[in-house]
Ligand binder design. Structure first.
Ligand SMILES: *[C@@H]1O[C@H](CO)[C@@H](O)[C@H](O)[C@H]1NC(C)=O
Ligand SMILES: *[C@@H]1O[C@H](CO)[C@@H](O)[C@H](O)[C@H]1NC(C)=O
Length: 690
């Protein structure tokens, strides 16, 4: 788990110099001023690594190719094999293949022994990431299929001059790229480009149509999360069965199938040469992880990280003020008591949130309409202080098991033909569809979002009418300057629909159940670009904490994706309600408290209203000034000058308007923080073609 920064010169520099007439034909620039160029490159790369040192405070390494064309840099958070043998970049014995790897590759011991039977590869140490080059040398590009876990990597094969950058299946680990002055730059965070000649500019169109959330774009012009323009090949995708095919398996078989794969995914994620802990909230996802970890450690004698004492499973959570209505630490405390584990909590009040607002925003590199990310940022301070480097977290359970209430209308949109034992009759299904769609509308209105985008539309038609795409785009910002209309009509729903590959859209329309289609688009958007970033990697790595996500283990998700919709969401005729994540709940039953087994979904959330005159009011007031807003260039001052007064208005007259103003104010304030910390140029209108 680490950070990487790499440079690939796209044109040979000797070629460029020749054209400029500096060198006679046939003279290689590397031989003339190679040492100087190499030293300059090394210094640049070091400055770049310095900006992501939080991702890897333990050591630092770089490799520069003899022709100065390729530079690979790495900062290391030592988790497996703490010896210098685990230091990166890695090289093969013939010094032709070089790689930097950020992440965790599970089951690497088995892969390593398999490789040792097939090849005579000389491993240097025990680091999980060392298998990358060995796999590549045996399987070629198919090495990616063998990787299990979360990772971002760059590999350079100097024999074939092949430069590969790749990312894990769900995008848990970050990888950004940009081209600057004929050089391809690839790094774990955009800030690492700053010392490499990058002059950040806003990608206003990406802000307008939510490209940062739903496709390869980011907030920054010319900085992408995927390699569409170089050459991008997919090696895996989320897949679901044909909705018309009956599933012959029994419930008991499916529950056991989920349970055994969860235990396996968790067991593999306990391995480390440093202490490992668990993030515990009041929800079922993190609780079952804590429960299964405790079971594995106490009953099956598994080691947890480098801890030799089996009773010391440690859990961490964040607590908010009790009267906020958002505090779940009491439930987490009861879970911890039930499991007999150690429990540490971090208490967050308003001033604690305000104090971290700017740093947390800098680390995220995107905006958030609430403060959940600040809570997560603070949470990762707890294990850091206690000397932990690795935690297990529950991200991905809601995506794969159908945990979000907003999925309900899409579950009900069509009958579940894979599961005819469904207690829901056709007449009942239609009735419940109307009821849950209305509830979704009300919910979005109540939290200050726009519910007016829920009717028929081209994007809805492209995606088999799922309403999850409307829910995902309920927060439409109305703060943009008038000139931004030059980018045309920008519809985030269309961004989502267009971003799905045409082959996927064909499956969505003809083959997948709408619940599964909803899970697909959600996983590609909010999961990948908000939850795994601001509530995941960025706010964890800011404090050098590696979080592992067993629910995104692809052996587990492939199994769960293959289950019928009605074992994910289950109608209970007795109470006339739906049980979300039904099969997860059943699989978890032996490992969690009765309280959690019976509890309805309460997503982790920070409070959303704050008092007049408090620390957050003062902070936002100081940030959202006319001068700061005008420096952004793409925001109209007259559309945002009233936000802070409205958000912190006293009295409960217009709660929805207040909630909306608060979300907009958070967003604009975060843009201002990014603009200042990154030195982003003021956005200007695009040139009009005449
Ligand atoms: C839970 O809270 C009670 C009461 O404050 C405390 O005595 C107990 O130690 C807590 N349990 C854990 C595991 O921290
Ligand atoms: C918020 O929490 C911090 C740290 O626990 C404490 O020092 C401070 O007094 C608290 N502020 C308020 C207003 O409760």
């Amino acid at each position: 788990m680490c950070g990487i920064s790499c440079i690939l010169t796209l044109e040979h520099s000797s070629h460029t110099l020749k054209e400029r007439g500096h060198l006679p034909p046939g003279v290689n620039c590397a031989s003339v001023n190679g040492d100087e160029a190499s030293a300059k490159l090394a210094k640049e790369l070091d400055a770049s690594l310095e900006l992501i040192v939080h991702r890897g405070p333990d050591s630092r390494g770089q490799w520069i190719s003899p022709d100065n064309r390729v530079a690979l840099g790495h900062v290391r958070l030592a988790i497996n094999d703490l010896s210098p043998d685990g230091a990166q970049p890695f090289h093969d014995a013939s010094d032709t293949v070089h790689a930097v790897v950020n992440g965790e590759l599970y089951d690497h011991e088995r892969i390593r022994s398999e490789l040792l039977e097939k090849t005579d590869y000389k491993f240097k140490g025990r680091s999980d990431c060392e298998i990358v080059i060995a796999l590549y040398k045996y399987y070629g590009l198919n090495f990616l299929h063998k990787l299990r876990g979360e990772f971002a990597l760059v590999l350079y094969d100097s024999r074939t001059q092949l430069f590969i950058a790749a990312r894990d299946r769900y995008g848990i680990k970050p990888l950004f790229w940009t081209i600057q002055e004929g050089r391809l730059l690839v790094a774990a965070e955009a800030k690492a480009f700053l010392p490499l000649g990058w002059k950040p500019e806003w990608d206003v169109k990406s802000l307008l149509d939510a490209g940062w959330n739903h496709d390869e774009r980011t907030l920054f012009k010319g900085v992408s999360k995927s390699f569409g323009h170089i050459e991008q090949r997919q090696y895996w995708d989320i897949e679901y069965p044909d909705k018309r095919t009956l599933d012959p398996r029994s419930e008991a078989e499916m529950i056991e199938g989920v349970r055994s794969r969860m235990l396996d995914a968790i067991r593999l994620r306990l391995r480390a040469d440093v202490p490992v802990g668990v993030y515990l909230s009041g929800g079922i996802d993190s609780s079952v992880i804590a429960g299964m970890v405790t079971h594995l450690v106490k009953e099956r004698g598994e080691r947890m990280g480098n801890d030799k004492e089996t009773e010391r499973v440690c859990c961490f959570s964040v607590a908010f003020d009790e009267d906020s209505g958002f505090d779940e630490s009491k439930i987490a405390n009861r879970t911890a008591d039930f499991l007999g584990v150690k429990y540490y909590k971090k208490h967050m009040n308003e001033s604690e949130l305000a104090a971290r607002f700017e740093d947390a925003t800098y680390h995220c590199e995107i905006q958030n309409p609430d403060l959940n990310y600040v809570g997560k940022y603070a949470l990762s301070e707890v294990p850091e202080k206690l000397g932990f480097k690795v935690v297990l977290t529950g991200e991905g359970a809601d995506e794969n098991f159908g945990g979000y209430p907003l999925y309900l209308p899409d579950y009900l949109r069509e009958p579940d033909l894979a599961w005819p034992a469904n207690p829901l009759s056709e007449a009942m299904r239609e009735k419940q569809l109307a009821k849950t769609e209305e509830a979704a509308k009300q919910y979005y209105a109540s939290v200050g979002a726009d519910a007016s985008n829920r009717g028929p539309s081209i994007p809805r038609r492209m995606l088999n009418d799922i309403s999850t795409v409307s829910s995902m785009t309920a927060f439409q910002l109305t703060v943009f300057a008038d000139w931004t209309q030059r980018y045309g009509s920008c519809d985030p729903q269309l961004t989502i629909a267009n971003n799905a590959d045409g082959r996927v859209r064909a499956k969505i329309v003809n083959q997948w159940h709408p619940l599964h289609s909803a899970q697909y688009v959600w996983s590609k958007g909010h999961l990948a670009n908000i939850f795994l970033t601001c509530l995941g990697d960025r706010t964890e790595m800011a404090h050098s904490i590696e979080a592992r996500t067993p629910f995104l283990d692809h052996h587990l998700t492939e199994y769960v994706n293959g289950l019928p919709p009605s074992v994910k969401i289950r109608y209970d005729p007795g109470s006339d309600t739906f049980v979300e994540k039904w099969v997860l709940r059943e699989a978890s039953k032996p490992f969690i408290t009765k309280e959690l087994y019976e509890r309805k979904k309460h997503p982790y959330s920070a409070p959303t209203t704050y008092p007049h005159g408090g620390p957050l009011h003062k902070l936002l007031d100081g940030l959202i000034t006319r001068a700061n807003v005008e420096d952004l260039g793409f925001v109209a001052w007259e559309k945002v000058s009233g936000l802070v007064p409205k958000a912190f208005e006293e009295g409960d007259a217009d709660l929805q308007g207040k909630a909306m103003a608060m979300r907009f104010a958070f967003t604009v304030a975060q843009w201002i923080v990014l603009s200042k910390r990154f030195g982003i140029a003021k956005a200007v209108p695009p040139e009009m073609a005449c």
